[in-house]
Design a protein around this ligand. Structure first.
Ligand code: SAM
Length: 262
């Protein structure tokens, strides 16, 4: 039975076999535990299965697609009919998961932020191979001193090594989306700048990037009574803008903040 795609669930199904094959070849998945988010009609799922994972877990919110997937893949996969934003990913497998997802674009940043930033302990995954709207992917991987550089780049690059793999045009999907897409590969860094609570990095970057055209003197003043002392210590030029500060500098500002409040 043909199911009418739901726009509200971001249902643009991948139909290009070359792209599907490129995505599943990014990582060695034989004998590994794999999780796919939003398998939809199962095109990517079928190719993942051919690579013989140890276990394949699927999380699909749409009950109509979930029922079809159950018939299609029977006992080869473990299916979860839930909203990924409500799933406790840590309970899915004892092993670290390789995660694939042609993510629903309206919640893609929320999903990745939940996984990468909100977590203060160990990661439950070993790598993430995820598709985003190209414009969002460009913001995630953008470099300091560029107009795309912002909160998302600072927050996600803190603990992750992120590579852009390739772009995908609208013709590779059904129905065709209005935008281009990009596939990103995330691998947890072995070491990263230690801060006590990730929510402090979220807060500090929010304060800075809320006014991205203003000089950094303003957010520093808002955060620290002794802002001149802090800026001298960190050798900050108060005339710089938020996009001119590196990830390391943001982490150092968080450290000063944490010293102050703890
Ligand atoms: N992976 C399939 C493909 O590439 O053809 C489908 C990708 S489609 C862009 C997004 C999929 O995520 C849809 O199947 C949709 O029903 C599902 N989805 C949307 N919101 C979801 C949510 N909150 N939790 C889990 N799945 C969701």
């Amino acid at each position: 039975m043909l199911i009418k795609p739901k726009k509200s669930l971001g249902q643009n199904f991948l139909i290009d076999k070359n792209i599907i094959s490129k995505i599943v070849s990014v990582s060695e998945i034989e004998n590994k535990d794999v999780l796919e988010i939003g398998p939809g009609t199962g095109n990517l799922t079928k190719s993942i299965l051919k690579k013989k994972p140890n276990n394949l877990f699927l999380v699909e919110k749409d009950k109509r697609l979930f029922d079809q997937l159950q018939i299609k893949f029977n006992e080869n996969v473990k299916m979860i009919n839930q909203d990924i934003l409500k799933v406790n990913e840590k309970s899915i497998s004892k092993k670290k998961l390789i995660v694939f997802g042609n993510l629903p674009y309206n919640i893609s940043t929320e999903i990745i932020c939940n996984w990468v930033i909100k977590l203060d302990k160990d990661f439950w995954f070993s790598e993430l191979i995820l598709m985003f709207q190209k414009e969002v992917a460009d913001r995630i991987i953008s470099q300091i001193n560029t107009s795309n550089y912002g909160r998302l780049s600072v927050l996600l690059n803190w603990k992750m090594k992120i590579n852009k793999l390739f772009d995908i045009g609208p013709n590779c999907f059904f129905p065709k989306p209005k935008v281009d897409s990009s596939v990103l590969h995330f691998i947890p860094k072995k070491s990263y700048f230690p801060i006590k609570k990730s929510k402090n990095l979220e807060m500090i970057t929010r304060v800075f990037f809320n006014h991205r055209r203003k000089m950094i003197k303003n957010p520093l003043k808002q955060l620290f009574i002794n802002f001149e002392e802090i800026s001298n210590k960190l050798k900050l030029d108060l005339k710089l803008r938020p996009q001119n500060l590196s990830l390391e500098t943001y982490c150092k500002i968080v450290r000063e903040y944490e010293n102050l409040v703890s």
